[in-house]
Design a protein around this ligand. Structure first.
Ligand SMILES: Nc1nc2c(c(=O)[nH]1)N[C@H]1C(S)=C(S)[C@@H](COP(=O)(O)OP(=O)(O)OC[C@H]3O[C@@H](n4cnc5c(=O)[nH]c(N)nc54)[C@H](O)[C@@H]3O)O[C@H]1N2
Ligand SMILES: Nc1nc2c(c(=O)[nH]1)N[C@H]1C(S)=C(S)[C@@H](COP(=O)(O)OP(=O)(O)OC[C@H]3O[C@@H](n4cnc5c(=O)[nH]c(N)nc54)[C@H](O)[C@@H]3O)O[C@H]1N2
Ligand code: SF4
Ligand SMILES: [Mo]
Length: 725
């Protein structure tokens, strides 16, 4: 028997904790936390450890599956790809390439090769119907950055290890482990702030695990725009703004001051539910802190004013003199100079095209996933007729997933690349088996710039692909070839140019076809940390990273004073009041309360769940796991519900039934329900776990999709509670 212990890292969520895999005779027998990882230092959560069960799950899809009258049958790769290719060519012949589409889900962002080849395919094939989990997650953040800095991918992170004051809105890093912020051992790093005399203030309608450890501000759902505007109003009105920072960094200061003038703590109190004195004190404390960072995550991204809220978060940091300074909200350096490349090639876009349905601007070449169902069912030129999904479960993750489930059978072709038969691909024509993260090489490209302590790690594949699983990029490449396009070779001038610029660097003049590994090595070597092909000692290359299998810390802290570089507006200043934001602020009005739906529903993440896809993992499902709505006892009493009862939750858009759990952690008027439950795929334990799809309560109607970034409205949706007889 041969046993190997292989260092690698977890790719379930954003800290990317170091793991050691124990492999016996080619089979994974154990995962444990890597003590030698420079930042996670022996820390990993239950999901990372339990990934062994996903890897070896008997319910995993290991062979290409073709749909039959009553389920799926195993087919060969050749047969699957031939048929898919033929059907694609027929669709294209009749309706053009604009009838093809792709939805990529959250796990894709942890695979450099998957995302790189998707982008390559999108550009080479001129795909228009591209959708992602981003419109349910973070696209508002990118659009806010576009407006503020003229650069979508410029996203500040809190300088955790040097800040005296962290104002955190709509995030629960003790459970989520941090997002748009790669920081292993997040709990230690947050408690270190208070240990050194600083403060962490958590703005959240629920007294979360994070809020319980620090200071909690129990805001009403979807009212962050009013709270942030009120904080700015106080700071301007009381002369607390950092005038030096404003002179040095900002444009349109007076316009922002005017735009927030009507939002006093008193005038917004009825909307936020917060005592005006508390808001005033918070504004003064934030402005008076030696250093402060302002950070918001999904709780601030899934409301009706998501782009405005993300914008105001950074505006608040700047106005208080906390942008791009140590201990503030700071701009990390990219591992691969994507923003800079983009400034030259213009590949990363906002609003360069508009969606056929709803006239939404594209964000990074993607449209709001909430409109996907209507793009399938609405006839006309450009109708979506052949759809691929990879690493996604949109029927579970999108608002009104039922509408999408009903639309999918209208497609001429539906192909999914996944590890499982999930709630979405259960009706696909083909399910193609993907490798797990342990079966592919990787480097976490987008996350270095989001790490308060910049680090990276390269891992070879730990295991050979199980069954006939293949890496997504190979599958994409095979599909592309069958419709006559080649990512990064033929295609629009931009990719062609990029590749020809890079290939000159290759031995033999680069006559070979590019692979993701080759491209990433080149991009890394010419990137900000790169070895410049030997010109810079200790610079990065894949070869260098292979010598450091536990990962490398690239700097102690993020370098500050970089705003002049990262801002792409011509005046090199942060724009504090672009017309889009002034319009949002002047039109900002609270949703009228409908007495039929007196409560609001928000999301909730749990330590042993991961979106929709880890409910088949036995160690995570042990004990009393149940899908439950968290309800304030007073609201429960009004509805006639007791702790543990089944209840019916009804919104204007749908209705679900699940268990109610009463808890004082919920502020009155707000109910929290986790997403990603109510399974009916090929994952048997998950199916048996019960629960419901909370997104059946959400709306995909066009007026409910946020205008600027196409964000789905998933937090703060009006509901009522009823007992189930
Ligand atoms: N109500 C509500 N809805 C939400 C949210 C919320 O807070 N509230 N959160 C939103 C957010 S932030 C997100 S990111 C989305 C997630 O939405 P999605 O990305 O659409 O869905 P996931 O549940 O992450 O499903 C991921 C799928 O990828 C598969 N998978 C896992 N690893 C791999 C891999 O390496 N390769 C391939 N090919 N497949 C893999 C899994 O089996 C699973 O089927 O949900 C969103 N939806
Ligand atoms: N265990 C676990 N970890 C995960 C995931 C998971 O499913 N499980 N998913 C991963 C993914 S895809 C992502 S994107 C990240 C997300 O990372 P986070 O955003 O940190 O995760 P959440 O726990 O959803 O935190 C959102 C918080 O916002 C609050 N909230 C809801 N509505 C509002 C509002 O209107 N205003 C304010 N201020 N707060 C509000 C909620 O109560 C919740 O506590 O987590 C990642 N990590
Ligand atoms: S926190 Fe858990 S799931 Fe996230 S990277 Fe670390 S071990 Fe993996
Ligand atoms: Mo997410």
């Amino acid at each position: 028997m041969s046993t190997r212990e292989v260092p690698t890292y977890c790719r379930i969520c954003e800290p990317l904790c170091g793991l050691i895999a124990t492999v016996e005779d080619g089979k994974l027998v154990r995962l444990r936390a890597d003590k030698e990882h420079p930042l996670s230092r022996g820390n990993a959560c239950p999901k990372g450890i339990a990934f062994t069960e996903v890897q070896n799950d008997p319910d995993r899809v290991r062979y290409p599956l073709r749909r039959t009258e009553n389920g799926f049958e195993r087919v060969s790769w050749d047969a699957a790809l031939e048929d898919i290719g033929g059907r694609l060519r027929a669709v294209i012949g009749e309706h053009g390439r604009e009838s093809l589409g792709w939805y990529f889900g959250n796990p894709s962002s942890f695979s450099y090769s998957h995302t790189l080849w998707l982008v390559g395919f999108q550009l080479a094939a001129g795909l228009r119907h591209v959708y992602s989990a981003g419109s349910q997650d973070i696209n508002n953040r990118f659009v806010a950055s576009h407006l503020l800095y003229g650069s979508l991918t410029t996203v500040p992170v809190p300088d955790l290890d040097r800040t005296d004051f962290l104002l955190m809105l709509g995030a629960n890093p003790l459970v989520s482990h941090g997002s748009a912020m790669s920081a292993p051992r997040i709990r230690d790093r947050l408690t270190a702030i208070t240990k050194r005399g600083g403060r962490v203030v958590v703005v959240d309608p629920r007294r979360t695990e994070t809020a319980r450890l620090f200071e909690h501000v129990g805001v009403r759902p979807d009212s962050d725009a009013w709270l942030l505007a009120a904080l700015l109003q106080v700071i301007f009105a009381e002369g607390l703004a950092d005038e030096r920072a404003l002179r040095k960094q900002a444009a349109q200061v007076a316009e922002l001051r005017d735009a927030v003038a009507r939002f006093t703590p008193e005038s917004t109190a009825a909307i936020t539910g917060l005592d005006p004195d508390r808001v005033r004190t918070l504004a003064r404390d934030l402005a008076g802190a030696t250093t402060a960072a302002v950070y918001g995550r999904t709780g601030t991204c899934l409301g009706r004013h998501a782009t405005l809220v993300a914008f105001l978060i950074d505006a608040l940091a700047l106005v208080t003199g906390n942008l791009d300074v140590p201990g503030g909200s700071v701009f990390g350096r990219e591992l691969v100079a994507v923003s800079e490349l983009n400034a030259r090639l213009g590949l990363i876009r906002y609003g360069k095209s508009r969606s056929r349905i709803g006239d939404f601007p594209d964000v990074l070449g993607t449209f709001p996933a909430a409109i996907m169902a209507k793009e399938i069912t609405t006839p006309g030129p450009g109708q979506l007729r052949a759809l691929f999904t990879s690493a996604g479960n949109p029927v579970s993750s999108l608002p009104n997933g039922r509408e999408l489930a009903d639309a999918l059978p209208h497609l001429d072709l539906f192909v999914s690349i996944d590890l499982y038969v999930n709630e979405t691909n259960r009706t696909a024509d083909y399910i193609l088996p993907a490798t797990t993260f342990l079966e592919r090489d990787d480097i976490p490209l987008p996350f270095t710039a989001l790490a308060p302590t910049p680090y990276t790690q390269y891992t070879e594949r730990v295991l050979e692909p199980d069954g006939e699983a293949r890496e997504e990029w190979r599958i994409i490449d095979d599909i592309a070839t069958r419709i006559g396009v080649q990512p990064f070779v033929i295609g629009p001038e931009a990719t062609g140019r990029l590749w020809s610029a890079l290939r000159r660097r290759l031995p033999g003049g680069g006559s070979a076809r590019p692979t993701p590994r080759l491209l990433v090595d080149l991009a890394l070597r010419v990137g900000p940390y790169g070895d410049r092909f030997g010109l810079r000692r200790n610079g990065l290359s894949l070869k260098m990273l292979r010598r450091h299998p536990h990962g490398v810390v690239l700097a102690d802290h993020i370098t500050t004073g970089v705003l002049g570089h990262v801002v792409r507006h011509r005046d090199r200043r942060v724009h504090l009041a672009p017309p889009e934001i002034r319009a949002e602020l002047s039109e900002l009005t609270p949703e009228p309360v409908d007495p039929a739906f007196p409560l609001r529903v928000i999301g909730l993440r749990e330590i042993k769940s991961h979106n929709s896809w880890m409910h088949n993992v036995e160690p995570l499902m042990r004990g009393d796991r149940e899908h439950a709505a968290r309800v304030n006892p007073k609201d429960a009493a009004v509805a006639g519900i007791s702790d543990g009862d089944r209840c019916r939750v009804t919104s204007p858009h749908g209705s679900i039934e699940l268990v109610a759990r009463c808890t004082e952690d919920m502020t009155e008027g707000t109910v929290a329900i986790p997403h990603g439950w109510g399974h009916r795929g090929g994952w048997q334990r998950a199916n048996a776990a019960g629960g419901a799809n909370v997104n059946d309560l959400m709306s995909s109607a066009l007026p409910d999709v946020e205008r600027l970034a196409g964000m789905s409205h998933l937090n703060g949706v009006p509901i009522r509670l009823d007992p189930v007889p």
